[in-house]
Design a protein around this ligand. Structure first.
Ligand SMILES: [Zn+2]
Length: 415
């Protein structure tokens, strides 16, 4: 079996570790998570890594470099999934990392090589994403212990049920001097590589989203008895806000801002009452924080003006704010060199619209990412698909990127 075919077969094996017989669903700190860690630990041993599960439930594996105790180049991704998931978002990055380690088994490297399968990236169980990689990065927040899943199990209880000690979560944290960098391979989760007929791309930066709760306030009145001159219809005002959001973000082009209203709630929500209040959510992303923030100012100004013209009030509260995580130029260059070595002389660079573990790891180490083309840009869906040829090129590129990093690190030592 080819290296890529083996990697894909392993994604199938992981997909079978699900809480549902008819779908893929592997949540943080569940029985399926434990089985996935055990499976990956076995593959790590086969690849010559010493495996262990860290204090936050992340599956780690390590082999030493030219001498024991050197800082590690970290490869990996996450092993958890969203409900009714595909089989490649996350696991592909872990099995590709293992394929590369296997290939470099006999190679002396000026750093330790580690592979990690993070236990939580999606945040599907506790509503907060990156729990595994945030523990790894040492940016754990005490308030998270009281988060609960839909059955009312708190994160603290889930840790104990999984055999972990909440008091020891700090032991999962790494320090910057222990790491050379983090390279993550991941499916693109978008259509750009496919549209360019490219197998692989390198990530320039991972967008940090801002999210807002927006409320449009009008006046609820009898739908029949209230003439248009007297109406202050919050839903019509909110509809204008929705189209404004799309128009302004769309005007920035294919590689500009992405803005989404994902949820709308109309009050009182009766068939014969003019809507008095509408609550909506806004999710905003762009390649840079500056572009994203400028877009928010534009959206807010236009939305306020269009609501005011209808006699409506508009309130906006920020509910989430994350900074963009730029890839380190030197590590990004290693990924570019890796892709170039597969025959693509001019690799495509793109910013990641989706969040990734690398965002969290960026707090303690340089990061870079390799994107693998996926079919039709589909992700977070059972139809997620990759081509074996792209995975084969991806493993080649990741291997070459590791060797490029080795040359850079050896050069630093010699300097
Ligand atoms: Zn992912």
């Amino acid at each position: 079996m080819s290296t890529a075919a083996l990697a894909l077969a392993r994604c199938d094996e992981l997909a079978a570790l699900s809480s549902r017989p008819d779908a893929i669903e592997r949540m943080h700190l569940t029985a399926e998570h434990a089985r996935a860690n055990a499976l990956v630990a076995g593959w790590m041993e086969q690849a010559g890594l010493r495996p262990w599960q860290d204090a936050a439930g992340n599956q780690c594996g390590r082999r030493e470099g030219t001498m024991p105790g050197l800082p590690a180049l970290l490869l990996g991704s996450h092993l958890d999934t969203v409900p009714d998931a595909g089989r490649y978002d996350g696991p592909l990055g872990v099995v590709m990392a293992l394929a590369v380690v296997e290939r470099l088994r006999e190679r002396e490297l000026p750093f330790a090589l580690e592979v990690v399968g993070f236990g939580d990236e999606e945040g599907a169980r506790f509503g907060t994403a990156l729990l595994g990689s945030r523990a790894f990065a040492g940016t754990w927040e005490e308030a998270w212990w009281d988060l609960s899943d839909r059955d009312g199990t708190t994160l603290r209880e889930a840790f104990r049920d999984f055999g972990l000690d909440p008091a020891r979560v700090g032991e999962a944290a790494r320090r910057p001097e222990q790491l050379v960098g983090y390279l993550e391979a991941h499916i693109e989760q978008g259509p750009h590589l496919e549209a360019a007929d490219a197998s692989l791309g390198y990530v320039t930066t991972i967008a940090g989203a801002r999210r807002f709760a927006i409320t449009v306030l009008g006046e609820a009145r009898h739908a029949g008895g209230t003439p248009y001159s007297r109406r202050r219809d919050a839903l019509v005002g909110a509809s204008e806000v929705v189209t404004t959001v799309e128009r302004l973000a769309r005007a920035t082009g294919d590689h500009g801002c992405i803005a989404t209203v994902g949820r709308v709630e109309v009050s009182p929500g009766a068939v014969n009452v003019v809507p008095g209040r509408v609550d909506l959510t806004l999710d905003l992303r762009a390649a840079t924080d500056a572009a994203r923030d400028a877009m928010w100012e534009m959206i807010l100004a236009e939305a306020e003006a269009s609501c005011a013209a209808r006699g409506l009030a508009l309130e906006a509260v920020e509910t989430h704010h994350a900074s963009a995580a730029p890839c380190a130029p030197w590590l990004q260059q290693a990924v570019v060199a890796g892709i170039a070595a597969t025959g693509d002389a001019d690799p495509m660079g793109l910013w990641s619209r989706a969040g990734h573990d690398a965002m969290a790891v960026a707090a303690v180490s340089d990061i870079a990412m390799l994107f693998v083309r996926c079919a039709d840009g589909i992700s977070h869906h059972p139809d997620e698909a990759v081509r074996e040829v792209d995975v084969a090129r991806g493993i080649d590129a990741l291997e070459q990127a590791v060797l490029e990093v080795a040359r850079t690190v050896a050069g630093r030592g010699a300097a």
